[in-house]
Design a protein around this ligand. Structure first.
Ligand code: PLP
Length: 385
């Protein structure tokens, strides 16, 4: 039987999520905009989910805007805040996901001045560098992630928020990888806008949310126009089943995160000591800073990530190389490049990301596969694909 250790790419659908979705997938279920009982029931399901997602990040339900996933929410944050003006300055982190980098490039094409916050060798943003960039003039929006999807490095978001606010800017935080793994409270983080995605926490794919700190945070330019759904910020009949599933996933992530985070960290620590005991020269990226409890990104000199991922797959172990959200193209990770990782390791990074259902046996299976791969590498031959 194969084992799945790629939860940062997507997590398995939780049983409770499926149960919450089922009534909205079969039989007659109304349009939430309809006034009859079917419509009202669908509307009630949306509002239950809205309260569950809000509770996950300690926000008010009215501040949750459902979207078609994390990528859409990131686009909405950047284009929604900046789109109302023809030009200005925006700052995005060099470690951000393409869901943030893409809209930043689009803003630059429209005449916005876009600058990138550098990261240090450990994979974290530096607050002093943020201060220096903000001193360069009015910045409308800063976009920084809470936890990196490749290394798992947790970013100094509350510190950054204080600096951004002192400079008169707004802070958008892509928190897609955080819930169920680390605390994710919009107030404690100091975020003005927060991105969430259902499928990283056991919910369905294609559902996410942008959460506003309050009504004073305006998303001036909706990405999708049409009806007045989601307070006019995101038009279109809502994905009721998906949103109900997102709500159930959020409720599970909120109530179980302490226990599950400790469970994953125990297994991840065992995995990392196993990796090191097999190969003395293994490099674990962002090892010296706070990381998500489920994530290990590692490399050894001479290993090619794409070949290693196939070798693991042949052993029945699903892991990933670099950013799994990209189109399967082999290109050096922009995250590791921003960290100044040397070329010999850049193409060899393999990401292992554990989930709530991961067991000790799974970690042992992974380490067994690693022993074989490491021995092939040490014999100096390329691993057969
Ligand atoms: N932001 C981060 C940090 C991610 O890891 C991902 C997905 O991997 C996204 C945004 C995009 O989310 P979605 O897959 O829901 O579009």
């Amino acid at each position: 039987m194969s084992i799945y250790l790629d939860h940062n790419a997507t997590a398995p659908l939780d049983g409770r999520v499926l149960e919450a979705m089922q009534p909205w997938l079969t039989g007659v279920h109304g349009n939430p905009a309809s006034v009859h009982r079917y419509g009202r029931a669908a509307q009630a399901a949306l509002e239950t989910a809205r309260a569950q997602v809000a509770a996950l990040v300690n926000a008010q339900p009215a501040q949750v805007v459902f979207t078609g996933g994390g990528t859409e929410a990131d686009n909405l944050a950047l284009k929604g805040v900046c789109g109302g003006a023809p030009s200005g300055r925006v700052l995005v982190g060099a470690l951000e996901h393409s869901a943030v980098l893409g809209p930043a490039v689009a803003l630059a094409k429209r005449g916005w001045e876009v600058e990138y916050l550098p990261a240090d060798a450990a994979g974290r943003y530096d607050a002093r560098a943020l201060e220096r960039l903000l001193a360069g003039g009015d910045v409308r929006l800063v976009s920084l992630m809470l936890a990196n999807n490749e290394t798992g490095a947790v970013q100094p978001v509350p510190e950054a928020a204080a600096i951004v606010h002192a400079a008169g800017g707004l802070l958008h935080v892509d928190a897609v990888q955080a819930p169920g793994r680390i605390g994710c409270n919009i107030g404690t983080l100091g975020a003005d806008l927060l991105t969430l995605s259902a499928h990283k926490i056991g919910g369905p794919k294609g559902v996410g949310a942008i959460v506003r700190r309050g009504d004073e945070i305006h998303l001036l330019e909706p990405l999708i126009r049409g009806g007045g759904q989601e307070r006019g910020i995101r038009a279109g009949t809502e994905n009721v089943a998906g949103i109900a599933g997102f709500g159930a996933a959020a409720a599970a992530a909120r109530t179980q995160f302490d226990v599950e985070a400790a469970h994953m960290k125990g297994l991840r620590d065992a995995l990392e000591s196993g990796l090191k005991s097999v190969s003395k020269n293994v490099v674990i990226f962002a090892e010296t800073v706070e990381r998500l409890p489920n994530t290990t990104l590692f490399a050894v000199d001479g290993m090619k990530a794409e070949t290693a991922v196939i070798a693991f797959d042949l052993e029945g172990v699903a892991v990933s190389s670099g950013a799994a959200c990209s189109s399967g193209k082999v290109q050096p990770s922009h995250v590791l490049t921003a960290m100044g990782v040397p070329p010999a390791l850049l193409r060899g990074a393999v990401r292992v990301s554990l989930g709530w259902g991961t067991t000790k046996v799974d970690v042992e299976r992974f380490l067994g596969a690693w022993r074989k791969l490491a021995s092939a590498l040490s014999k100096g031959r390329q691993v057969a694909a």
